[in-house]
Design a protein around this ligand. Structure first.
Ligand SMILES: [Zn+2]
Length: 329
């Protein structure tokens, strides 16, 4: 057992229950929202999010990992308003999300830069995990970074190494947004290993966007969890293909390396209105896995025990392994 930070304080890893490992609540370009989306700051944004999360809890999910970090509009004051309105455990994250350059505030200071000093992101991420985010005492429980089709750009690598160092210093586990089309999960495993991260502490995100079984087995064989985490995003690959890939991986003995999620949100400024979002992506909501994916997996021969492994045991092990590796260092 280990301690996991949520928006309602630390809980025991044994109390995580059923977990969706990659979700968001509010997802935005914060500068745009501040200037052009005053509706975000209305009470109904909070109450609508709470209602959606309560429906998720009622469907049998106990915990979500909200992977909204710098670059995706993390707004902890709003999350803090949602938390008391739901019994769902919400784990929030720290890190940064970019496919190319570092966020502007880091471009001039850091190793070898105009102000040559140790990597400032490490201290910020560690502070979010150990002391609290912003002026709050709400702590991040997960680290997050990204690599996409552009590959290991210098900014992407700098953030990835900062996230790795924060993992080594705190024992918080890591999720990485990856692009399976370029097999970037393998690059992630290489870079994180170089920094001393145990790959069992890592979720390789968006593995569900491919049906390349050989690639997925390679990642899992190094100990990481595979995020089959974009159910409801159907422009890359259909639900049926996503389900078939999980079924095949389970058949091959990889059930201990799979975790599921939607990567959806309650409110986003990516669409002019929440209703537009749900019109454009009708199955991209918190209940899709419960309503459609789990019945399809059972129908295809995945057992209830396998489902428990993927929704309960694997996410729990993600946190416990990271805590154990930290304690052993
Ligand atoms: Zn995401």
């Amino acid at each position: 057992m280990s301690e996991v930070q949520t928006l309602r304080g630390a809980i025991d890893s044994a109390a995580l229950g059923r977990v969706l490992i990659h979700e968001h609540i509010f997802l935005m370009d914060m500068e745009y929202t501040y200037n052009y989306r005053q509706d975000f700051f209305e009470d109904r944004t909070i109450t609508d999010a709470a209602a959606r999360l309560n429906a998720l809890k009622a469907s049998g999910i106990d915990t979500i990992i909200d992977l909204t970090v710098l670059g995706l509009g993390r707004h902890v004051p709003s999350l803090a308003k949602v938390a008391p309105l739901t019994d769902l455990n919400i784990i929030v994250s720290t890190g940064a999300y970019t496919f190319d350059a570092v966020p502007g505030p880091f471009q001039f200071h850091g190793p070898g830069l105009l102000l040559d000093r140790p990597e400032p992101m490490v201290d910020l991420f560690v502070r979010d995990i150990t002391e609290g985010i912003g002026s709050t005492t709400l702590k991040a429980g997960e680290l997050k970074c990204a690599i996409d089709m552009q590959g290991l750009r210098p900014g992407v690598e700098r953030i990835m190494r900062a996230v790795a160092r924060a993992n080594v210093l705190t024992g918080a586990p890591i999720t990485v947004h990856t692009a399976p089309q370029i097999e970037s999960g393998l690059i992630v495993q290489q870079v994180l290993s170089e920094e001393g991260v145990n790959l069992e502490d890592v979720i390789i995100g968006h593995c569900g966007d491919t049906d390349n079984i050989d690639y997925l087995m390679k990642l899992a064989d190094k100990g990481s969890l595979l995020g089959m985490d974009r159910f409801g995003v159907e422009f890359a690959i259909t639900m049926e293909q996503r389900v078939a890939t999980i079924v095949e991986m389970v058949k091959r003995g990889y059930v201990k390396h799979i975790a599921l999620s939607h990567d959806c949100c309650a409110w986003s400024d990516f669409f002019p209105d929440v209703a537009d979002y749900h019109r454009a992506m009708p199955r991209h909501n918190y209940l899709h896995i419960h309503d459609d994916v789990i019945p399809a997996l059972l129908e295809a021969g995945v057992s209830q025990r396998d489902l428990d492994t993927m929704f309960i045991d694997n996410p729990r092990r993600h946190f416990e392994a990271a805590a154990k590796h930290f304690a052993e260092r």
